[in-house]
Design a binder for this molecule. Structure first.
Ligand code: HEC
Length: 149
């Protein structure tokens, strides 16, 4: 009897451990949905390869290591990582005197940083880049008005 309850306890511990591993492993939550997983991968691909008919830069030219680590502008100036970007939008952008969402930021980096043609709101390309960026922030608390880290 004692062995049985011990075994049940061991199984519970194992199950709890597995559940926790699924919760904290990066990118695993999205694996539950293959279509979302595909969008994230497509976004990652665009992030490192798409020029959007611009000046030849890609996102990764400035946002290094897929945006996961701090970036660097062509002039050498350091910029923060995109690791928590999805958790700190929407935000007020003083330059435009308005609140912008993540999609606005991505489109303005494509128009500015890449000198390219931003994909339309709601397009597969824009949505997949946003899916990718959001996957970087997985597990981070939403922080309205927060700073990039
Ligand atoms: C030429 C350099 C450059 C390129 C290329 C570039 N960006 Fe940026 N990006 C910046 C700079 C500078 C900032 C911060 C200032 C700002 O708001 O424009 C920024 C900010 C961001 C932010 C907000 C980060 C935060 O937490 O505040 C996101 C998200 C972002 N970029 C995504 C992208 C994506 C996606 C691409 C490719 C489609 C891209 N960027 C290409 C320079 C670049």
């Amino acid at each position: 009897m004692k062995t049985v309850s011990k075994n049940i306890h061991a199984v519970h511990t194992l199950l709890a451990g597995l559940a926790l591993a699924v919760l904290i492993a990066p990118g695993v939550a999205s694996a539950a949905d293959p279509q979302l997983e595909k969008a994230i991968e497509q976004g990652r691909e665009l992030f490192s390869h798409a020029t959007f008919d611009g000046n030849g830069h890609v996102c990764e030219s400035c946002h290094l290591a897929g945006g996961a680590s701090p970036g660097k502008l062509p002039n050498g100036k350091a910029i923060p990582s995109l690791a928590n970007a999805a958790a700190i939008f929407p935000r007020f952008r003083a330059k435009d005197n308005k609140v912008i969402v993540l999609a606005d930021q991505v489109r303005s980096c494509i128009a500015g940083g890449l000198g390219g043609n931003p994909p339309a709101y709601g397009s597969e390309q824009l949505n997949s880049i946003i899916s990718y960026l959001t996957s970087l922030s997985e597990g981070k608390p939403i922080e309205m008005g927060g700073q990039p880290r």
